[in-house]
Write a protein that binds this ligand. Structure first.
Ligand SMILES: *[C@@H]1O[C@H](CO)[C@@H](O)[C@H](O)[C@H]1NC(C)=O
Ligand SMILES: *[C@@H]1O[C@H](CO)[C@@H](O)[C@H](O)[C@H]1NC(C)=O
Ligand SMILES: *[C@@H]1O[C@H](CO)[C@@H](O)[C@H](O)[C@H]1NC(C)=O
Ligand SMILES: *[C@@H]1O[C@H](CO)[C@@H](O)[C@H](O)[C@H]1NC(C)=O
Ligand SMILES: *[C@@H]1O[C@H](CO)[C@@H](O)[C@H](O)[C@H]1NC(C)=O
Ligand SMILES: *[C@@H]1O[C@H](CO)[C@@H](O)[C@H](O)[C@H]1NC(C)=O
Length: 522
């Protein structure tokens, strides 16, 4: 039955994944539970209206606990307040920081313990900080990161001070610091005093092998945008969440809206049935290797690959590079550049299937994503054949392929929405600060940077710098608490999670081998 071309069919017809869970008809018990939940919600809601409002303040002391106090009998729910930037200085004056921004935030959450738990990827905060869990972080340890740092950022009394060590690539530093400022606008008083060293370069720098053995010192804590297996750098959201002004990539919140709209414009089945990639191939040999898979008169690996010429794009007003308009193919290839690439989130946000060429680096959210659930793994050492198989597979399993695309785009829209990006920063910085064993001080030569100082006179890049800052400005203090940080992974659960990841990749490799063997037999 399954001979010759039938073998190939086997790979396409036998669903190599779990069948969808059968939907159970709701039992009486389930209905009972549901109505109890609904009633509780109603009661809680009405009590919120007329009894109490919880006030959250954040102490700036060493133990950084949130002080929760109940203020009885406040009949009015909390109003969301908006606090525009107070740009008082004219062009030839120095802008100062306002002194009247709220120092705390009030929330309307009835019971902070009922707060939603943050997405699973927040668990990696504990893993990233593990090297200092027992030793803590001393001043000396922080200072040792100086050699690699772009800037030294200090939070003292809820104000931000920055000392620059070296120029950053483009506006990476400005938009990263802007992001931290917005976090403080969202949760005033939400960050304790702390000092961090931040490196805005691409590749992680703190090699774990240098900090092993009985006499090893604690590694220097260095914040950056990505990490890998061999390093201990602490990963932090990259600047492009607030915009990448040089290449006209808008703040993430705007992009999520645009992409959602774009996804609805063209149905998956109506999209080009090929794997699409557009980018700069000159940053890495792997990308140049990928270009060999492009379609020609002689070959078709199901790949449609294009070179992004940013200079030309800039001259033409970036008409061809709107990421929201790039969801027109059923498959989109993600391939790393010199390190991780910010393009990842834009690719995953399309409803298309992400074909992920085996990555080396990770950013703060991708470690929780699963191959075959959220993306399709593609071999790095045999890209063309791997791509050809992936696309053939998807075109023959349209339903499953669409599910993968949808799982990734939902992850981006829901778990990686801007509120969660801020909450990730909130928890990472709070957990980090708990480890500090010294009193943070403002270093000599540091400047106070508030949103006003950064944005009021921001110029350049045809006004995009200022435009993106205004677009990503947090309007005022949050009226809800950050989500609740989940506990660290249980070591066994983490090992199982990683094993599952490996097994999925291995499984796809097996299908791929089988596919090519069956084709070669024909
Ligand atoms: C730390 O928190 C505990 C419990 O909330 C409190 O009793 C204690 O006074 C706090 N320590 C400092 C230094 O504020
Ligand atoms: C803006 O700042 C100035 C000086 O710092 C202050 O006098 C003024 O009241 C502020 N305006 C608003 C609207 O907060
Ligand atoms: C610069 O400052 C001076 C004095 O403070 C003022 O007279 C002048 O109008 C200012 N120029 C601009 C362009 O704001
Ligand atoms: C650790 O330090 C001790 C004392 O300084 C030394 O005798 C030993 O050889 C060191 N061990 C390693 C692995 O470097
Ligand atoms: C890949 O092939 C397409 C279609 O022939 C072509 O338009 C495109 O320029 C090619 N890309 C590269 C990088 O050569
Ligand atoms: C997963 O595979 C990699 C190599 O492909 C290996 O280094 C790693 O130990 C594996 N992890 C688990 C949990 O099996």
């Amino acid at each position: 039955m399954l001979r010759g071309s039938g073998l190939a069919r086997q790979f396409f017809e036998k669903p190599p994944w779990r069948p969808p869970l059968k939907r159970k008809t709701p039992t009486t018990a389930a209905l009972l539970v549901l109505s109890v939940v609904l009633m509780t919600a109603l009661i809680t809601y009405s009590s919120w209206i007329d009894t109490s409002v919880v006030f959250i303040e954040n102490s700036n002391d060493k133990n950084n606990t949130m002080v929760v106090s109940k203020k009885p009998k406040t009949p009015v729910p909390i109003q969301r307040i908006e606090i525009p930037l107070n740009c008082t200085a004219s062009k030839n004056q120095t802008q100062t920081c306002p002194t009247d921004y709220p120092k705390t935030f009030q929330t309307q959450d009835i019971d902070p313990s009922l707060n939603p738990v943050c997405p699973d990827y927040f668990r990696w905060i504990h893993e990233d900080l593990r090297p200092w869990k027992t030793s803590g972080i001393t001043r000396d340890t922080v200072e040792r990161a100086k050699g690699s740092a772009t800037f030294h950022l200090v939070i003292k009394g809820s104000k931000v001070y920055v000392k620059n060590y070296r120029p950053a690539i483009q506006t990476r530093d400005v938009f990263t610091i802007w992001g931290i400022q917005q976090l403080l606008r969202k949760y005033p008083g939400g960050l304790p005093d702390l000092e961090i060293m931040f490196d805005t370069e691409d590749r992680p720098a703190i090699r774990s092998r240098d900090y092993r053995g009985p006499n090893a010192t604690a590694p220097p804590p260095l914040f950056r945008y990505c990490g890998d297996k061999k390093t201990l750098d602490i990963v932090f959201p990259d600047w492009s969440f607030w915009g990448w002004a040089e290449i006209n990539i808008k703040p993430w919140e705007s992009i999520l809206k645009d992409v959602k709209h774009g996804n609805n414009k063209i149905k998956w089945t109506d999209r080009e049935p090929y794997a699409y990639w557009k980018g700069n191939p000159f940053v890495d040999v792997n990308r140049q290797d990928l270009l060999k898979c492009n379609v020609t008169d002689q070959q078709d690996w199901n790949a449609r690959l294009f070179i992004q010429d940013w200079i030309l794009e800039g001259q033409q007003g970036f008409k061809q590079s709107n990421v929201a308009d790039q969801c027109t193919y059923r498959y989109k290839i993600y391939i790393e550049g010199y390190a991780w690439s910010v393009s990842e989130k834009y690719i995953l946000a399309c409803d298309s299937v992400t074909l992920m060429v085996q990555p080396q680096f990770y950013d703060f959210f991708m470690r929780s994503m699963q191959p075959v659930d959220h993306y399709w793994p593609v071999r790095n050492d045999d890209k063309c054949r791997s791509l050809k198989f992936a696309v053939d597979w998807g075109n023959n399993h349209k339903k499953k392929a669409q599910e993968i695309g949808k799982a990734a785009s939902s992850f981006m829209q829901e778990q990686l929405k801007m509120d969660y990006v801020y909450d990730y920063m909130f928890h990472l910085l709070n957990e980090y600060a708990k480890l500090l064993k010294f009193e943070p001080i403002i270093p000599q030569g540091a400047t106070e940077l508030c949103s006003e100082v950064i944005a009021c006179h921001a110029e350049g890049l045809q006004g995009r710098k200022k435009k993106f800052m205004m677009e990503s400005l947090v309007k005022g203090p949050s009226i809800t608490n950050p989500c609740t940080l989940p506990p660290p992974y249980d070591p066994r659960a983490l090992a199982a999670f990683l094993r599952r990841k490996n097994n999925s990749i291995l499984q796809v490799k097996k299908w791929e081998t089988g596919y090519w063997e069956s084709l070669n037999k024909q």
